[in-house]
Design a protein around this ligand. Structure first.
Ligand SMILES: [Zn+2]
Ligand SMILES: [Zn+2]
Length: 251
């Protein structure tokens, strides 16, 4: 054991930071010995039940200070951002774990455009490293739905995958109670009013949700117009407080 450890120690000095997806013999032996999944960012050994090593975890663009209403990162620890002061959002609290920035952005691209469904496991793992306080209200976990055509093309719905994993990690119930009625055009490049028009009537609830506390799940939150449209649909179906929890926040 000691000999192997010494060999590993030597190997690792020449073998630091193996590119993604490749692995070294030393990494494999070490994983067999230690029993941790490899880090998905650098291929060093990860941490128990979390495929990210300590160094890469520290390098993730965690959101430390955020607006208490919309979750947008704030440089100073102010309670709310300017836009929320002027027009509060329809949900109670929105939280994102990381900024949509390197290296936290590539799992999203791999999940959305690379057909790499297991990336959801990595993203859910990052999200559960720091749990938002509102989970103590034991909300029903509800994914922001994809249109079924988009889902067919991709083979899965990324928010639904996340919702399932987060529900099993937190012990909360999960139910895809929202449906996307029509495919909406991509929101990129649209102003706030155009986004609202694009999303008007896009969602419907599959059932009544009398008084239920809901936690909406999405992979990336940008302006929040999708989350706002979903929140309004949930409220129309009788839901109580709505929270929003996403992996990343783009600005
Ligand atoms: Zn790493
Ligand atoms: Zn805000």
């Amino acid at each position: 054991m000691e000999v192997i450890a010494r060999l590993l120690g030597r190997a690792r000095t020449v073998d630091q930071r193996v590119p993604l997806g490749q692995s070294s013999w030393a990494g494999w032996v070490e994983r067999l010995l230690v029993g941790t999944p490899p880090c998905r960012f650098c291929d060093d050994p990860g941490q128990p039940s979390f495929p990210v090593c300590r160094a890469c975890e520290d390098e993730l663009p965690w959101i430390e200070h955020a607006c208490s209403l919309c979750g947008i990162p704030l440089e100073v620890s102010a309670p709310t951002c300017g836009p929320c002061l002027r027009a509060p959002p329809p949900w109670r609290v929105a939280r994102s774990s990381v900024r949509y920035a390197y290296p936290a952005d590539w799992p999203v691209r791999r999940l959305k455009f690379g057909g790499d469904a297991p990336m959801a496991w990595l993203m859910a793992g990052v999200m559960t490293r720091r749990l938002p306080a509102f989970l103590s209200d034991r909300p029903l976990i509800v994914p922001v739905p994809l249109h079924r055509r988009r889902r067919r093309e991709r083979g899965y719905d990324q928010a639904e995958e996340l919702a399932r994993l987060l529900a099993s990690a937190t012990g909360l119930r999960q139910e895809p109670v929202l449906r996307r009625r029509r495919a909406t055009s991509p929101q990129v490049g649209l102003g706030a009013r155009a986004r609202r028009r694009n999303l008007a009537g896009a969602f419907e609830a599959k059932c009544r949700l009398e008084g239920r506390t809901i936690c909406l799940i999405d992979d990336v939150m940008t302006t929040g117009s999708t989350a706002a449209a979903c929140t309004e649909t949930l409220r129309d179906a009788g839901a109580g407080p709505v929270y929003v929890w996403s992996y990343a926040r783009a600005e």
